[in-house]
Design a protein around this ligand. Structure first.
Ligand SMILES: [Zn+2]
Length: 330
C-alpha cells in the first residue's frame, strides 16, 4: 500500500465542498428518527476573526452532534451570529462605514473560518441578531416582559471613555484604559434596564434538579440565581429627612452595627453637600474611584480603602445610637 501523507490543503476543501453541496449537516423534517438538538453559544463576529476559545468550546458539541448522526438521530446543530455590539459600533464610527456592512464582512469571515475548521453546523438555518426579521422578536419579548412588569429601570455604573464618548464593556476597558484610544476610562452612573429574574428564583432552582449538570456547574447556577432570604431595614440619617434602606440576611445582628457604607456616587452625598464637613476630600476620593473599572471595584481580595463622611450619621433603629457612614470602593 502506498503511503500518502495527510495533505489538509487538498483533502479538507474537497470534503467541505461536498458537505456544502449535499447539505450533509442540515436537519430534516424526518420525524421518524429520534431528535437531537445540540446548541453552542453563538459567537460575536468581531473584526479579529475567531479566537482559540471558539474551536475549544464548539468542538465538544460538534463531536456529540456527529456521533448522534451516526447513531441515526435527526440532529439540529444550528449556528448564528450574536452580532449587536459596541466594538462594531465603534469601528463603524471610526472608519465611517455603515455598521451593517461591517457586520456582514465580519460574519462572512467567521463563517469561512468555521467552515474551514470543519464544524458540522446546519448553515441553512443561520440566524443573525441584527436582522430585522430576528430582532423584531427580541423586541416583542421585551414588550411582553414590560407589559407584565418584569422589566424596570435602575442606575448602574458603566465604563465610559470621555474621549470616544462611548460606554465600554469590562473587556474593552481593562486596566482602566480604553481599548480604542488607550485613554483613561471613568465610571459613570447610568440608567439601564433590568429584568426581574429574581421572580423566577424558585422555579429556576427547581428546574436545576431536572438537568444533569456537573456539581460545580450546578453550584455556579445556584450562585447566579442568588436566592437570598432576609429583611430590609431602614436607618434614619441625622440632619436629613432621609433613610438608608439596607438588606441583611441576619437581622438578629443589628445590635452590633458599628458602621455603614455607601457608594461614592450615592445621590444623598450631593443632596446634603452643605451638611458634610469634608466634601472636598469626598470629591477627590470619588475621582479616584471613578478611574477604577467595575472589575477592580468588585474584586473581593484586594485591600479596601474608605473615607468617613463627616457631618451626617446613620441611626440604628434598634438602639437609637448614631453610626458613622463611610464611602468605600465597592
Ligand atoms: Zn477611548
Amino acid at each position: 500500500m502506498e503511503f500518502k501523507p495527510y495533505n489538509p490543503a487538498e483533502i479538507e476543501p474537497k470534503w467541505q465542498k461536498y458537505w456544502d453541496d449535499n447539505q450533509t449537516f442540515a436537519a430534516t423534517d424526518d420525524y421518524s428518527k429520534p431528535k437531537f438538538y445540540g446548541l453552542i453559544e453563538f459567537p460575536y463576529p468581531s473584526g479579529n476573526g475567531l479566537h482559540v476559545g471558539h474551536p475549544r468550546s464548539n468542538t465538544a458539541m460538534d463531536i456529540i452532534s456527529r456521533k448522534r448522526r451516526m447513531e441515526g438521530c435527526n440532529v439540529l446543530f444550528p449556528i448564528g451570529w450574536d452580532a449587536f455590539g459596541l466594538p462594531t459600533e465603534n469601528f463603524a464610527i471610526k472608519n465611517n462605514i455603515h455598521p451593517a456592512i461591517v457586520t456582514k464582512q465580519n460574519v462572512d469571515h467567521f463563517r469561512m473560518q468555521l467552515k474551514r475548521l470543519g464544524f458540522s453546523f446546519d448553515y441553512s438555518r443561520e440566524v443573525d441578531t441584527t436582522e430585522p426579521g430576528y430582532y423584531k422578536w427580541t423586541q416583542w419579548i421585551f414588550l411582553k416582559l414590560f407589559e407584565k412588569g418584569m422589566v424596570f429601570r435602575d442606575k448602574t455604573l458603566v465604563n465610559y471613555c470621555p474621549t470616544c464618548k462611548v460606554v465600554l464593556s469590562n473587556e474593552d476597558s481593562q486596566g482602566g484604559k480604553c481599548d480604542v484610544c488607550h485613554g483613561d476610562v471613568v465610571q459613570l452612573p447610568k440608567d439601564v434596564w433590568y429584568l426581574r429574574i429574581t421572580k423566577y428564583a424558585d422555579k429556576l432552582l427547581e428546574g436545576l434538579k431536572q438537568v444533569e449538570y456537573p456539581e460545580n456547574i450546578a453550584q455556579q447556577q445556584v450562585n447566579w440565581i442568588g436566592k437570598s432570604t432576609g429583611a430590609f431595614v431602614n436607618f434614619k440619617v441625622t440632619g436629613t429627612d432621609e433613610t438608608l434602606e439596607i438588606y441583611t440576611t441576619r437581622p438578629d445582628t443589628l445590635f452590633g452595627v458599628t458602621f455603614m457604607v455607601m457608594a461614592p456616587e450615592h445621590p444623598m452625598i450631593d443632596k446634603y453637600a452643605d451638611k458634610i464637613a469634608n466634601m472636598d476630600a469626598i470629591v477627590a476620593y470619588r475621582e479616584e474611584c471613578a478611574k477604577k473599572t467595575e472589575f477592580e471595584r468588585t474584586q473581593l481580595v484586594k485591600d479596601k480603602t474608605g473615607l468617613r463622611i463627616e457631618g451626617i450619621c446613620g441611626v440604628n433603629p434598634l438602639t437609637g445610637k448614631e453610626v458613622p457612614i463611610f464611602i468605600i470602593l465597592i
